[in-house]
Design a protein around this ligand. Structure first.
Ligand code: PLP
Length: 405
């Protein structure tokens, strides 16, 4: 035996990814300013210069979530870790939790409740439809011992937005704490954490924040902080225990785990960009690009899955036109145009496409490019289209609807 026995046989050299345009359900295109930030010198995670940056980061996240919560910080891990963190800290075995499910991510919430020893009560809505507030109210009426209500604000699997404000009001009326998934909504769609009275919120870096995947901003109300402090039973996760993590993200700055310093520079930069742009401007930009894409798709006879009032501007789910091989379209877009769009998940697999217009992918030039490439591929596959119509419709929308100053 020599060490060479374990050397890969294939010659391996530096990995150079191709430059794609990411217009699927996430990740979105990382902004060049974020990529530049990621490449800056690594600091120790207890370096005072770094911890000053962490304080700024927390302030910028409070702005993004519209909250004054002191317990606001990015967790080291993807959105799924943020999700798990909420459930594992807030549930003790035997707790009843109402979970609203209208897509993939609500299903994952149920899985989390079960793994934490909680008792899930499921409020079910059809894929492609928002959570029905009446069903939530009915579930709480018949389960008055419910402790927590959990729901997804923006269901990325279907492109639906639920009425978070109303759902939170109902939860409050029945004395419940709320957990809200904002992985796809943060930065793209209005969120008012404090005004709506959300208790626990989590998001992800790779959707409307234009960062690479791997960080999950979270925020917890005072009520959650007290609940976790008052637990007699240890949180069933060492890594995600808020009480322990606070030693690092709080004022004492003691070692918990080695924070991913460079990734945090990236998140800081993306939040600086959001702060410079302004939340309202970012929401309006996402909406405007959605409307332009919609105008273009209409010329191709492509129809939306979700009814107009519940559509997410940043995630456009549409029916694949009859007789079109949806996989072949995605393959050609990627191979010939370096353009990634999303396929359907679960019940929607093979039936829909998902066009993401998130963060740095929510741009005029990308919308126009996407429509033109799609139109060409569909024409090539035999669909009758009027060449140039899709992009033209989008141009006309933009011309008639300038961005507010
Ligand atoms: C993407 C997504 C997640 C999971 O985030 P990961 O970073 O993939 O772990 C959770 N919820 C919603 C609504 C999402 O869109």
């Amino acid at each position: 035996m020599t060490t060479d026995d374990f050397r890969p046989e294939k010659k391996i050299t530096t990995f150079y990814p191709p430059q794609r345009i990411l217009m699927g359900p996430g990740p979105s295109d990382t902004h060049p300013r974020v990529l530049a930030a990621l490449a800056r010198p690594t600091l120790g995670h207890l370096d005072p210069v770094f911890t000053d940056m962490m304080e700024e980061l927390k302030g910028l996240l409070r702005y993004a979530f519209q909250t004054a919560n002191l317990l606001t910080f990015p967790v080291s891990g993807p959105g799924s870790v943020g999700m798990e963190m909420c459930f594992v800290n807030m549930i003790v075995p035997g707790d009843k939790v109402v979970v609203c499910r209208n897509g993939v991510f609500g299903g994952r919430m149920i899985e989390n409740v079960e793994r934490c020893g909680g008792i899930p009560v499921v409020v079910e809505d059809k894929w492609g439809e928002p959570v029905d507030p009446q069903k939530l109210e009915d579930a709480l009426k018949s389960n008055p011992d419910t402790k927590i209500v959990a729901f997804v604000h923006a269901e990325t699997s279907t492109g639906v937005q639920s009425d978070a404000k109303t759902l939170c009001e109902i939860a409050k009326k029945y004395g419940c704490l709320t957990i809200m998934d904002t992985v796809t909504s943060l930065g793209g769609t209005p969120i008012y954490m404090d005004e709506w009275g959300v208790d626990a919120i989590y998001s992800g870096s790779q959707k409307c924040l234009s960062c690479p995947p791997g960080l999950s901003p979270v925020s917890f109300s005072e009520r959650v902080a007290n609940l976790v402090k008052g637990r007699t039973e240890k949180v069933h996760s060492w890594f995600m225990d808020i009480n322990l993590l606070l030693g690092y993200w709080g004022s004492s700055r003691t070692y918990h785990h080695t924070a991913p310093t460079n990734s945090l520079y990236g998140l800081h930069e993306s939040l600086v960009m959001l702060y410079e742009e302004g939340l309202e401007h970012s929401w309006a930009r996402h909406r405007r690009n959605h409307e332009a894409l919609k105008a273009g798709l209409k010329t191709l006879g492509i129809e939306y899955v979700v009814a107009e009032p519940y559509r997410l501007p940043q995630l456009n789910s549409v029916h694949v036109p009859a007789g079109i091989d949806e996989k072949e379209v995605r393959r050609r877009l990627l191979a010939d145009y370096n353009l990634e769009i999303g396929a359907g998940l679960g019940d929607f697999a093979g039936k829909i496409w998902r066009f993401g217009l998130m963060g740095n992918s929510s741009k005029i030039e990308k919308v126009i490019f996407c429509l033109d490439a799609l139109e060409h591929v569909l024409a090539d596959l035999g669909m009758k289209v009027e060449r140039g119509a899709a992009a033209t419709a989008a141009h006309q929308y933009y011309a008639a609807n300038p961005m507010p100053a």
